[in-house]
Design a protein around this ligand. Sequence first.
Ligand code: C2E
Ligand code: CA
Ligand code: CA
Ligand code: CA
Length: 282
Amino acid sequence: AKKNGRNQFAFYFDELNIGTNRGLLIDHELRRAIKNKEFVLHYQPKIDLTTNTIIGFEALVRWYNETLGFVPPNDFIPYAEEVGLIIPLSEVIIEKACLGWLALERAGYGHIPIAINISSIHFHQPNFIESIQEILQRNNCSPRNFEIELTERTVMNNEKETIRRLIQLKQLGFKLSIDDFGTGYSSLSYLVQFPLNHLKIDRSFIQLIGSVNEKQAVVDAIIQMAHRLHMKVIAEGVEQKEQVELLRNMGCDMIQGYYYSKPLPLEEAIDYVEFWKLEIEG
Ligand code: C2E
Ligand code: CA
Ligand code: CA
Ligand code: CA
């Protein structure tokens, strides 16, 4: 795995200047941040087009560091994976997601599940299921209130063991979804062997559906085929009304993106649910 990650490492080497003073600083700050649980989660709503309701929130990690400023997850998550910090970081994230759901529940919205992004390295860790269960139990949370988002690449690895794990998670009550669909090299016929609830079509496909006919055809085909395989589809990164209408006409089940809302701090996410309820009730 180390060898495989080599090129990636070279990439982030540039990105984060590993080995330089700034690189050392990032390493030092990240370790400290994990110890102090210096991360917050923002929550982005997922909207069901059929019922016009909020059917979930995706938790997205945010790191603001006093010395480094705001560091985007696309920088520090891959870095944490490279240097062996992803598991403790992921455990902090899962714990924060529990606190997020408990706050939702206190506000009266405990029926809305929270989706957590799980890195491939964490998912394939032998004790992953025990560790996530333990964190939920410690925080008085149940798997039925959480969804796990895994990328195509994660499930393309170690097929037999992956199926075993997904079935076990499903039996515990977790919902499961495939993230960034279309960017890996898996096919729907491969994914159908997994007990998945949702398929999330990557933003790169959604971005151009209004202007490029081929993109529209691909998204349409994914939706139709997913439905025949009894999976629900979420379109990611939806920003424009025109995209919502196209997706609705194609029978897309759910929408996530700036069109409805950016990822929001916990308090604002709860306000958003309240606002949505008032809108619907008129
Ligand atoms: P992702 O899981 O595919 O998350 C979706 C990303 O798209 C998020 O970026 C979100 O803020 C952004 N996004 C949502 N709607 C729109 C839209 O309409 N337009 C545009 N342009 N962007 C939109 P973010 O939060 O920067 O996260 C980037 C990636 O970092 C995530 O991609 C995920 O791979 C990773 N990540 C974020 N949080 C976590 C986490 O808690 N754990 C793990 N393992 N990875 C995470
Ligand atoms: Ca995701
Ligand atoms: Ca995604
Ligand atoms: Ca992504």
